[in-house]
Design a protein around this ligand. Sequence first.
Ligand code: HEC
Ligand code: HEC
Ligand code: HEC
Length: 433
Amino acid sequence: MDIRRRALLCAFTLIASMQAVFGQTPDLVARGAYLAKAGDCAGCHTAAPVPGKPQPHPFAGGLPMGSPFGTIWSSNITPDAEHGIGHYTYEDFARALREGVAPGGKHLYPAMPYPSFAKIDDADMRALYAYFMHGVEPVAQSAPETHLPFPFNQRWALVFWNFAFAPNERFTGDPKREAQWNRGAYLVQSLGHCGACHTPRGPAYNERGYSESSRTYLTGGTNDHWYAPDLTGLPGAGLGRISADDIAAFLKTGHGAGLATFGSMVQVVEDSTQYLDDDDLHAIASYLKSLPANGDGGTFDARSRSARQSIAALRTGDDERPGAGLYQSACARCHKSDGAGEPFKYPRLAGNPAVLSAQTDSLVRLVLQGGQAPSTEHGLEPKKMPAFSDKLTDTEIARVLTFVRSAWGNQASPVTTRDVRRMRDAVGPGARQ
Ligand code: HEC
Ligand code: HEC
Ligand code: HEC
């Protein structure tokens, strides 16, 4: 081979390898960054900001997570070789995410949603790995260690839990359904791990189902004293009356169909779903809209006689029901006498599925502690809901919520003073949201 041809060949090889390193990797890293948003890795693996202290490093861990067994701290997953996951091979990474086993055989608690991440496909797993190795700043700082009481400190015992409850299966989809449905199902079941909050848990803290093939999947669950409502087509307390476009808007901006995101869903929208592109948001919405009605909770009928009566009575101020007067003085300023709220500012309470839900934890906790709608790139300035823990007694909170659940055509079970007292004991007046 003459020297010029050899030089030419060398140049071609060089260009080809440069493309492999510089051409493909940035795309893969960018794709991984997007998937990390879809999986909300930063939401759990970044410590909460403390006023007066520097902003916590993304992915450096140290967020405490409440579980029925005690507090579990998230790990440092930056590529620092000593304190983070810099020493992970691709196989280590995929195994930690899918099987909940870190190098050295350390079994992870299912506060890390590996039963859902098991469904992540290989191409996405490689992109995530590329991002965590090349797109994230290493941070040399240890996350606090988790110390659960016996027997929950016996991590090896998770072998049995995994065997019984964590099907280590890739997403299969349904070839009879269209591509959009399959994309939505994939995002909800794998990276989105929506079921970690929205699926009821069994006695061993196991999610009761990981796909629509299970009847209890996404029919509502309680975690850390927030109730994540039913996402099936249930007409009262589910998404039956909410359109796919409104669901997509809710996930992007925190507002849709007059509802506002609150409680633990606020972080999900702020850290994760607001960054998804419109195709993915519509895919998620269309998958959720395909879930047949399942579960229970209250009902809504705007045309019922009691609906018309309650609106007329509130206007004239002669509603005798306990809670009606409290509603007028403490809540109507924002949520209005007819419960319709103000779009993009104050959520509507009439016909609001979260208000009609079977379980009232979220409503009680929100009225006690107050809240703030998510702050997003595309949404409006978020409004606040004031805390009522030191303004209303337990009985008054029970009454006003019972009223809200039975006015304007809403029909759902009452809230009792005991429900409120139990929540006050659990979250305390100054507990962090
Ligand atoms: C709902 C909260 C949550 C989400 C979302 C989450 N993690 Fe975790 N993750 C945890 C917790 C908690 C631990 C520590 C578990 C333990 O100590 O047993 C953990 C542990 C890990 C570990 C093991 C580290 C080690 O050696 O201790 C890796 C790797 C990891 N997560 C990666 C990810 C990635 C990548 C994502 C996004 C695709 C993600 N996690 C999303 C909560 C979460
Ligand atoms: C950390 C727990 C958590 C996770 C994870 C979570 N949610 Fe939620 N979600 C909640 C809570 C709590 C509420 C009730 C408050 C509200 O309506 O904003 C809620 C409400 C909702 C609502 C409004 C329902 C209604 O009836 O008003 C939708 C839609 C929703 N979530 C979709 C999703 C999707 C899709 C995912 C996965 C990408 C997801 N959620 C993941 C906790 C969670
Ligand atoms: C100053 C205005 C204001 C007042 C007064 C107020 N709220 Fe709210 N309320 C809000 C805002 C803003 C949200 C959304 C909060 C969030 O996103 O975290 C909200 C959310 C709610 C929700 C959840 C509905 C949803 O879809 O987000 C309920 C239930 C609720 N309020 C009930 C009440 C009750 C009961 C009272 C009176 C005791 C009351 N509010 C007083 C502003 C107010």
